[in-house]
Design a protein around this ligand. Sequence first.
Ligand SMILES: NC(=O)N[C@H]1NC(=O)NC1=O
Ligand SMILES: [Zn+2]
Ligand SMILES: [Zn+2]
Length: 503
Amino acid sequence: MDQLLWRALPLLVLLISFTLFFYLRDPHKLAEDECSLVPYSHYWISSKRILTSQGFISGSVEINEGKIVSIVEGYGKQGNSVQQVIDYGEAVIMPGLIDVHVHLDEPGRTEWEGFVTGTRAAAAGGVTTVVDMPLNNDPSTVSKETLELKLKAAENKIYVDVGFWGGLVPENALNTSILEGLLDAGVLGLKSFMCPSGINDFPMTTIDHIKEGLSVLAKYRRPLLVHAELQQDSKSHLELEGNHNPLAYKTYLDTRPPSWEEAAIKELVDATKDTRIGGSLEGAHVHIVHLSDASASLDLIKEAKRRGDSISVETCPHYLTFSSEEIPDRDTRYKCSPPIRDALNKEKLWEAILDGHIDLLTSDHSPTVPQLKLLKEGDFLKAWGGISSLQFDLPVTWSYGKKHGLTLEQLSLLWSQKPATLAGLESKGAIAVGNDADIVVWQPEVEFDLNDDYPVFLKHPSLSAYMGRRLSGKVFDTFVRGNLVFKDGKHAPAACGVPILAK
Ligand SMILES: NC(=O)N[C@H]1NC(=O)NC1=O
Ligand SMILES: [Zn+2]
Ligand SMILES: [Zn+2]
């Protein structure tokens, strides 16, 4: 018996060590090779078309430990210490896109989207950073505690880097210590609604709440993002529901006229007067999200900028791609707020983009479940308002932008550099020495059909109004801090994005 025990002992020890090893191993520690589809951390990428912060070059970018460490002009001349080169030939190497308006809906509504599906879609679309909105997740991100829930939910689930906006709601606007707690915990800025948000625990703010918020934000030098629609005396939903056809897009369009955007922005630009140098709100910044109205609303913003107010504005691919005349009856995939307006308005938005009056682009990716989008019923008044588009940011804006004369330099400014500035991401947004190696490799000339065979990584592809379109600009590879997170249709095994917190 003793002898048997002695013989079995080494085997037993081995078994116990194995069990202990797997049991005690830190589950959060990922093997490095799982984060990236390239097996090295020091390497070069080269191409004949690299968009650097100094313009296009033909040459190579040296990446080491996640950073861009050198940029060399001259295709095929990488210098002496070259170990590994990935040669992309004619493909365009550009800064990864930074989408600062995305609703990832986690925790609480992962059936709508979630960190895994949302960030995998981002990586597949060349988007290397997203900034998550504080609502549609449950609970909303309006305090230090609710931000902590977000961070916990994001652990090991994000394939690209993710920053967070906090919510400015009446409760924290009137309680500086909650608001400061949220800002101290690292949100990159705040977001508020001047109309009902559609989410119960995210109530709207008045201009007085907004001014309170701005006075706190001025100290932190972080922006306030505002959904700028203020309800005017137009026909109410109920009135319309009785008399109008809810299956027609025009019925919905008429419920949210441009005057709602104009009224909200009028109140905002009155407040931003004080953000000028020497003003009582110096240091604060107002950013108007998803501008749809290219007329009076845009004029107010242009005027405020001319005066020197600290104000900026974004619009979204859907306002630049679709027009109200084309939206078929019952097709609620196009429902969003503010609504998509007519073709003339769309052309004016493009003009404003090309003239530099619109600062940046975002997706406002805001999905739900197909049942709430009422795809079968087609009721525009009752369906969820929100567009699904995150993976298509780049090909959509390029396909339609190039027809309007948009250059790749402008595209990159709108999708990378300006969003990085808004969110305070100092080491992102440009291919420059010292920056994070956040890079998209793509071919602007390659066309493809967004049909059912196309690999869409969004949780609910059927919600996207872009399905069925022919687009130009195929994403090949995506690097996040030097990790090759997406290559030729395939993701790296592990989710190695990091949360970005303001300090
Ligand atoms: N809650 C939410 O995501 N709302 C967004 N959807 C939309 O179409 N506009 C919005 O602001
Ligand atoms: Zn909004
Ligand atoms: Zn939104």
